[in-house]
Each structure stands twice: as C-alpha cells, then as structure tokens.
Design a protein around this ligand. Structure first.
Ligand code: DOR
Length: 434
C-alpha cells in the first residue's frame, strides 16, 4: 500500500480535452491534487521520474471475464486485475458467467467480497439479466441490483426469449440501467467452432453464420427502441451488425456497442488450427473486419473492449474444434491498437483514448478523468518502446493469444489506481526516489 503523496515528474500528460503537455502531477489521498509545471516533492511524497513517458487517464474495459467465483483455475480476481493493471486499465467491468451467477444481492455479494479483498484496480461487476443466466424464465430484480451493477448481461449466451428481453428492457428503462447484450441466436449456431466462411469450407469445419449474431442485434434494437432502454451490444463482429447499429443511431435509438482488438486486426484468413484463434463470436471475414474498422472510424462503434476470456492451458490445447471459446486481451489491447492505428497515422491518439477510456467511462458511469480533483486513476506508457508480445510475460493466468510474437509499440510502465501503485515496470521502480 502506498501512503501519503505521490509525485509524477515530467511526463507528457494527455488531458481530457485531447491536449497534451509536459507537466508534473501531485497525487494526494488517492486524488489528482495538482497538475502543473515544476512541482517539488515536499514532505513525504514518493516520486517517479517520467521524463519522456506518456501519462493518460486509466483505460477502462467494460467486458472482462475474471472467472471468480466459480472458475478460479482459469483466472482469479487477483490475477485478472493485475493483468488489467499491466495493460494500463484502472477500471473494468466483470462478466457474470460465474458460479454463483450474480443474479441476486446475495450472489453478487460473493463476488463483491472477493473484489474488496483482492482487486488491485476498480472492478464493477455486471449482474445477469435472467436467473441462473439461462436466457429465459425469470428476469432478475433489476431495480434492486441496479445501484450495485455496471449493467445487466447474460454474456456467454444470448437471451433466447424475446418476451424476457422486453421485460428486462422495460425495467432497465425505468431505472436507467444498461442492458449489455451478447447477441447470439443459438438456433443458428449449428455446433460451429469458427466463422462460416472460406477457412471452414476448406477445412471441413462447422461454421457459425453471421446471421446468428445480427438477427439478435436486429431484434434487440427494435425492442430497445420500443422500450426506451439504454442498450449496448457486446463484441460486435459482423458487417451487418455494424450497419444495423449505424441506422439505429441515425434514428436516435439509445444504442452503443463495442468490438475487440482481434476483430479489427484479424480475420478468418489468419486462422490456424490452434485454440489461440478460437473465440465467440469467431474471427469473421476480411469484409467484416473492414466494416468494423469503418465503424470505428465513423463513430458507429463507440468503444473497444477486450472480452478477456482466460481458460486453462488444457482447455485451449485442443485445436479449433476441441478448445474452449475465448482468448486473453487485457495485456495486449492498447499496444496492438496504438501500433495498428495511431502509430501508423490512421487514427488520432485522442480517438483511441475515446474508444479505450472516455466512451466506456461515460456509458457505464464509471467516473474518472485527467483533471484536478478526480480519482488518481492513471496509466503511463512508453510509446516508443518496441517489443514482441510474449504470453509468458502476462500476469493473467490465461495465456491464449493469437498475437504471440507480434511486434508492437507501447509498453505500460506504471498504473495507479486511486493513488495506489497497481503495476510498476521494474525499470521505472529504479527511478523512484524519495
Ligand atoms: O469467446 C468467448 N468466451 N465468448 C464468450 O461469449 C464467452 C467467453 C468465455 O466466458 O469464455
């Protein structure tokens, strides 16, 4: 635990309005006390010399699987939040495919107690939409759970029953809660393991068609429009979904959506028969990838989420057909997107921060910002450091990434959550002076 004051000297500070200047940041009592030039380390302040490093508001990820309670052999709240801090995240929302499912105050409290004990950054859990996350039957007590949940999601599965989704949206609309939907019509999935495209045909594998996603996006947008509910589409992967959301936004429907770095950087041409390439929704076609990039550029896609979904080595060792769905992403998201889009000149740093920090914070009411008086949630990156992604350097218990060995720029050096050091690179530790 840090105590007293913390002084970050000489970093290139990226402010909320996108402006950027060299400044010092004084942190007191977990808050950003002062951002100014030439602050001196008086009294007991600890000091980090950040000369040349870039200082951002901490990243936020609204789609993370922390696996605890219930599946701590895959990940724990301790290892998952350390991995998040290692990726520059200070605020994440945890998905409810857990045991017990957070479908009541009592079950949600099981997870909240572990968070209070073990999390090194802020975690806001989702509650499920339906009891037992079954996708049909009874809707949870949204009104009661709403103040304690990031939103409501049955992530891992689609909500099968239209009437149930409508009921959830009507109550969510009354209490201002976000419904975050994993859109998947199971009747169209056909036991598939990858996208129903060229690779599947060539290799005689069962495919998951795009329609299994966009049919439910279409259904839910119509319901959200009717109910006036705040609706968010999880892990958008198809061109059709992007177009449906674009049109809904133009009509004024209160819909937002996320996609993940792997859908922007990879497609089914990149597949290998290896569990590291298997996730749900699957990597789609090159045409879908291009549509997602267009959606990121024109603002149809509001935010990036990782869908960090760790599994054990054994569960990921059975190729495309036999492995579990899900890859890790917290420790690679920022460097991948910074390298692909910002460093290459295709996107501004400001837009990337909107996608990875400000948009998720606003939509899910997560707070934060790079200004005096805000909680000291800060990520420091060395944007000029080039390195190869190595899963054996991850702090996550999960290791399955399709980006193994890929060269990227942008290394997280320091992450501060509410004034406490959540991650610190060894080289930076050596610059710390008292
Ligand atoms: O690939 C996935 N993994 N997609 C999901 O929807 C669930 C997730 C998991 O929990 O493993």
């Amino acid at each position: 635990m840090d105590s007293g004051r913390l002084l970050l000297k000489g970093g290139m500070v990226h402010m909320d309005d996108g402006s950027c200047r060299t400044a010092d940041i004084l942190i007191e009592d977990g808050r950003i006390a002062t951002i100014a030039d030439n602050l001196t380390a008086y009294g007991s302040a600890r000091l980090f010399d950040l000369g040349g490093l870039h200082v951002f508001c901490g990243l936020a990820d609204v789609h993370v699987h922390l696996r605890e309670p219930g599946f701590s052999y895959k990940e724990t709240i301790a290892s998952g939040t350390r991995a998040a801090a290692h990726g520059g995240f200070t605020t994440i929302c945890s998905m409810p495919n857990l045991d017990p499912v957070p479908d009541s105050m009592e079950n949600l409290a099981v997870q909240q107690n572990i968070i209070a004990r073990d999390a090194v950054i802020k975690v806001m859990p989702y509650a499920s939409i339906t009891h037992g996350r079954k996708g049909y039957g009874d809707v949870v007590d949204i009104e009661r759970l709403s103040p304690y949940a990031a939103g409501f999601s049955d992530d891992g599965c689609g909500v099968k029953d239209r009437t149930v989704m409508k009921q959830a949206m009507q109550t969510a609309a009354r209490c201002g809660a976000v419904i975050a939907a994993h859109c998947e019509d199971e009747s169209l999935v056909n036991g598939g393991c990858i996208h129903d495209g060229d690779y599947a045909r060539r290799n005689n594998l069962r495919g998951i068609c795009s329609e299994s996603e966009w049919r439910q996006v279409e259904r839910d947008i119509a319901l959200a429009e009717e109910c006036g509910c705040r609706y968010h589409v999880c892990h958008v992967s198809t061109a059709e979904s992007v177009e449906l959301i674009r049109r809904a936004k133009a009509r004024g429907v209160d819909v937002t959506c996320e996609t993940a770095p792997h859908y922007l950087l990879l497609c089914d041409d990149d597949l290998q028969d290896d569990g590291r390439f298997k996730m749900n929704p699957p990597l789609r076609s090159a045409r879908d990838r291009e549509a997602l990039v267009a959606g990121i550029m024109d603002g149809t896609i509001d935010m990036i989420a990782t869908d960090h979904a760790p599994h054990s080595a054994a569960e990921k060792s059975r190729g495309l057909e036999g492995s579990a769905f899900g890859i890790v992403g917290l420790e690679t998201s920022f460097p991948l997107l910074y390298t692909e889009f910002v460093r290459s000149g295709r996107m501004s740093m400001e837009r990337l921060m909107e996608l990875m920090c400000y948009a998720p914070r606003r939509r899910f009411s997560l707070g934060g910002g790079m200004r005096e008086g805000m909680a000291a949630d800060i990520a420091v990156f060395d944007l000029d450091r080039e390195y190869a992604i190595r899963s054996d350097e991850f702090l996550s218990a999960g290791r399955a990434t399709p980006f193994e060995g890929r060269k990227v720029f942008g290394r997280c050096m320091l992450t501060i959550s509410e004034g406490e050091t959540a991650y610190c690179d060894a080289t930076l530790l050596n610059t710390e002076t008292k």
